[in-house]
Design a protein around this ligand. Structure first.
Ligand SMILES: CCCCCCCCCCCCCCCC(=O)SCCNC(=O)CCNC(=O)[C@H](O)C(C)(C)COP(=O)(O)OP(=O)(O)OC[C@H]1O[C@@H](n2cnc3c(N)ncnc32)[C@H](O)[C@@H]1OP(=O)(O)O
Length: 237
């Protein structure tokens, strides 16, 4: 009887594991009960971080070019006047929300934010985001490292989509709380050279019930060259 029970439990665990690996079923689970059931929680290690363990990756480092620093300094000066705030940037999404709510102990999961997944400074996404609450805008100062290559010497279109989605996502989160990208529409107007600095400007255009409509532009450092235009729809969840 004991052996039978152990075999039954093992069998049930295998079936559960198999079910969790089926994309259609996982998606259905997500639709029914939200992201918690969608995450492969059995594979994640949970720790309880202290605030001082959180490195802020949006502060200047030695890989930043002079033009990146100049733009950073410009927005830091505007921040001192009160219109903009520099948002901290950690390498895991959950850490941001732990920082937002210091009194509630939230677990840190050993996942990495896509844009902060490289350990060596300057190879991937180097960026800092500023938020203007009164105008519902974000600005992202962005330097693309050599590991973001698409066409020879140029940034991959998917990396451009990522930095737009992130800048717009932060704007939507700051404006409307928990959201997900429903639609991202991009026009690539001119290529961005690897290593160059660009400025992503993003604003909320309108809010209709749970839908937050935003638009974004990427320009070069002096604003003269338009690289990319996009519209983004986020839905509150
Ligand atoms: C200090 C603070 C710092 C914060 C620092 C944060 C940390 C740093 C984070 C970085 C920020 C990264 C941001 C990345 C964010 C992703 O990349 S999310 C990943 C990509 N997105 C996804 O995987 C989403 C997949 N889709 C879904 O889950 C669901 O379709 C959605 C989007 C949640 C919507 O589903 P739903 O809630 O059931 O909504 P539904 O009833 O279908 O539609 C609601 C309305 O939206 C409309 N709609 C839905 N989808 C669409 C669509 N595709 N097109 C047009 N309309 C649509 C519907 O027509 C409907 O309109 P109405 O009828 O109300 O007028």
């Amino acid at each position: 009887m004991f052996k039978f029970s152990v075999r039954l439990i093992k069998g049930l665990m295998q079936v559960t594991a198999w079910l969790q690996e089926q994309p259609v079923l996982t998606n259905l689970l997500y639709r029914i009960s939200g992201p918690a059931s969608y995450l492969p929680s059995r594979d994640l290690t949970v720790t309880w971080p202290r605030a001082e363990e959180h490195k802020d990756f949006s502060l200047p480092n030695s890989s930043w070019s002079q033009s990146m620093r100049n733009l950073y300094n410009k927005y830091m000066e505007l921040s001192q006047q009160g219109s903009w705030i520099r948002l901290p940037s950690y390498n895991a999404t959950v850490t941001h929300f732990t920082e937002q709510c210091p009194n509630s102990a939230k677990p840190q999961v050993t996942t990495r934010l896509f844009t902060r997944n490289l350990d060596v400074e300057g190879l991937g996404f180097e960026y800092v985001v500023f938020y203007n609450q009164a105008e519902q805008r974000t600005v992202c100062i962005f330097q693309a490292g050599p590991y973001l290559e698409g066409s020879h010497g140029l940034i991959h279109g998917g990396a451009i989509a990522t930095i737009i989605d992130s800048t717009a996502g932060i704007c939507a989160i700051c404006t409307a709380g928990k959201v997900m990208t429903a639609n991202l529409n991009i026009n690539y107007r001119s290529p961005i050279v690897l290593g160059s600095t660009a400025e992503v400007q993003c604003r909320v255009d309108k809010i209709e019930d749970r839908k937050i409509f935003l638009s974004a532009e990427i320009r070069n450092v002096d604003g003269q060259v338009l690289h990319t235009e996009a519209t983004i729809l986020f839905v509150q969840v």
